[in-house]
Structures are given as structure tokens and as C-alpha cells.
Ligand binder design. Structure first.
Ligand SMILES: C[S@@+](CC[C@H](N)C(=O)[O-])C[C@H]1O[C@@H](n2cnc3c(N)ncnc32)[C@H](O)[C@@H]1O
Length: 295
């Protein structure tokens, strides 16, 4: 996989916007930096969704979660209610909570202590939910699962670790079980941010190749439209932040107006870039429904 490397240190400045030459070598993610970043992340709905710092109201995070939850509900409707669910990289536990309401048993693993404490508090009322503080790479599943959810986790792992993790997971899904990933994606070559915020944005075809290598068949791929809508707002605000001096940015007002503008303009506003053949927003996000390859 060819990776375009950039050392931008703020999370959401999209590197592809700058005319950086592609660096034709694999870039390793620095896990110490990933841990540091998530160790300090805001334990709110906006933090794990990477929607901090744009002046958005908290309802923007709630909106995205609600809309994504509808998609996840549809994609997982075949999973039996008395099934066991594993949620890896759970953040503050909004998904784990959602699963605990729908299914019999949920295990949620989160690496950041700050986010884990929030997850623990949120999930305390659910006796069918076991929160675990730890690294997904060292987590050893001791059960079989009907659904494994990876919501924005693989982008923080080097490709060899993605493969190790997925191979481990394939061996612990129930026959007919599903792995559901939700990952931020780029249209062209993979992009690695190598500053304080370390991440690799891969393309849909990179993920397809990796999944196939792990003995997983890709049953369904779907663009995450609520993510894309919010990302359009984020990238517009990034432009605003780059061009307007800080003291005139009025970020809270601009963030609120952008969010409500996006909501009012949806779904038409999402169709404009495609109709005009513009690759906007730079970052997309996809759901991948995976099952064990029967062949
Ligand atoms: C983008 S957030 C997504 C959180 C949650 N899945 C959601 O959708 O709201 C990524 C999460 O993965 C966690 N994470 C990243 N690498 C991890 C690792 N190696 N082990 C455990 N958690 C990890 C981070 O701490 C963070 O909470």
C-alpha cells in the first residue's frame, strides 16, 4: 500500500489539501502518540467522533450517532437478540450502550483511561455489559461473538496489526456471525498523519484487500452519509479557520450556523459535490459488513 505521509499535528487538517508529494513507503503509526491523544480526548459525544474544535453544538454529535445507529440497526437486523456482541475501541460507550439495549451480552474494550471511565459510568446500569480497559491487540476473547463492532478503530493500527487483529476475530465469530467496521476513508492513495495525531486513512479498496487477506468476505459496503454530511461542515470550517484570523473567527457562531445549515440542506447538499464532480469532502467514511469467507 502506498501511503502519503504528512506531519500535520492538528487532527482534522486534511493533508490531501496541501500539495505534498507522495512518500512511497509504508508509514508506521506511533502507538505512544495514539495513546497520548486518546488519553487526553474529551469524554463527550463530540470527542471520539473527532468533531471537537469546530464550534458545533453537542447536538451535532447526537445527530450523527442517531443517524448512524439507524444504519447499524438495519445492517445488524439479522443478528439474534440473544447474541453476544464485542465492541472494540468503544470510546465513551455510546455504541456499547446501544448494543446492550438490543442484545443479550456485550463486551466493550477501550484503551483510553479517560474514555473508559466515561464508558463505565454510562454502562453501569446495564448488567449484560462488561467494560474492559485495555489494548485491543492484547485482548484475548474468551467467547464467540455474533457481532464484532469496530467503530473507527482500524485507522489507528498499522496494517500488520489490522491483519493480526482481524485474524484473531475471525476465529471467534459464531458461524454466520458478522464483523461490522466503520472507518474513515479516502478516495485515492492512503494518507498517514504523522504529527501528534497519528492515523492512517485507507481507501475502500485497501480495506477490501486487507479483509480478503484475513479470510473475510465483504458482504456489503455503504458510505456513511451522516458522517459525510458532518465532514462537509468540518472541512468548510477548517477552510474558515485557515483564512480568518483567530480573533475574528467566532467559531461557536460559525460552527452552530454551519451545522444547522448542513441539516437544513440535507440531503441535497450532499449531492452537490458529486453532481459537480468535486472530490469533497476529502475524508469519507464507510461501513463494511464482513463475514467469514466460506470458500
Ligand atoms: C474514533 S474513536 C471511536 C470510538 C467509538 N467506537 C465510537 O464510534 O464512538 C476511536 C477509539 O478507539 C480507541 N483505541 C484506539 N486504539 C486502540 C487500541 N489499540 N486499543 C484499545 N482502544 C483503542 C480510542 O481510545 C478511541 O476511543
Amino acid at each position: 500500500m502506498t501511503v502519503i505521509e504528512t506531519s500535520l499535528s492538528t487532527p482534522r487538517q486534511s493533508p490531501a489539501r496541501d500539495p505534498l508529494p507522495p512518500v512511497p513507503r509504508m508509514t508506521d503509526i506511533d502507538y505512544a502518540k495514539v495513546n497520548r491523544y486518546w488519553g487526553k480526548a474529551t469524554a463527550s459525544i463530540l470527542g471520539p467522533y473527532m468533531m471537537d474544535d469546530f464550534g458545533f453544538p453537542a447536538s451535532a454529535g447526537d445527530f450523527r450517532f442517531r443517524e448512524e445507529a439507524r444504519i447499524v440497526q438495519r445492517l445488524t437486523r439479522g443478528v439474534k437478540r440473544d447474541g453476544a456482541i464485542l465492541d472494540l475501541g468503544s470510546g465513551i460507550g455510546v455504541w456499547a450502550e446501544n448494543f446492550a439495549r438490543r442484545f443479550s451480552l456485550v463486551t466493550a474494550v477501550e484503551g483510553s483511561r479517560t474514555l473508559f471511565q466515561s464508558l463505565q459510568r454510562r454502562c453501569a446500569p446495564y448488567h449484560n455489559l462488561s467494560p474492559i480497559h485495555g489494548d485491543v491487540m492484547t485482548f484475548e476473547p474468551d467467547a464467540r461473538y455474533d457481532l464484532v463492532f469496530l467503530g473507527g478503530l482500524l485507522m489507528y493500527l498499522n496494517e500488520r496489526d489490522v491483519i493480526t487483529l482481524l485474524r484473531k476475530l475471525v476465529s471467534c465469530i459464531e458461524p454466520g456471525g458478522m464483523i461490522l467496521c466503520r472507518e474513515s476513508t479516502v478516495r485515492g492513495k492512503a494518507v498517514a498523519l504523522t504529527g501528534d495525531y497519528q492515523v492512517v486513512y485507507r481507501s475502500v479498496s485497501d480495506y477490501r484487500r486487507i479483509f480478503e487477506q484475513c479470510g473475510l468476505s465483504v458482504r456489503h459496503v455503504e458510505r456513511n452519509e451522516p458522517y459525510v454530511l458532518m465532514e462537509m461542515g468540518i472541512e468548510l470550517i477548517e477552510k474558515w479557520k485557515q483564512t480568518v484570523p483567530v480573533r475574528f473567527q467566532a467559531l461557536r457562531t460559525v460552527g452552530h450556523l454551519t451545522y444547522f445549515g448542513m441539516r437544513l440542506g440535507s440531503p441535497w447538499i450532499r449531492r452537490v459535490p458529486k453532481a459537480m464532480s468535486i472530490a469533497f469532502p476529502m475524508l469519507e467514511n464507510h461501513f463494511f459488513v464482513l463475514g467469514e469467507d466460506a470458500s
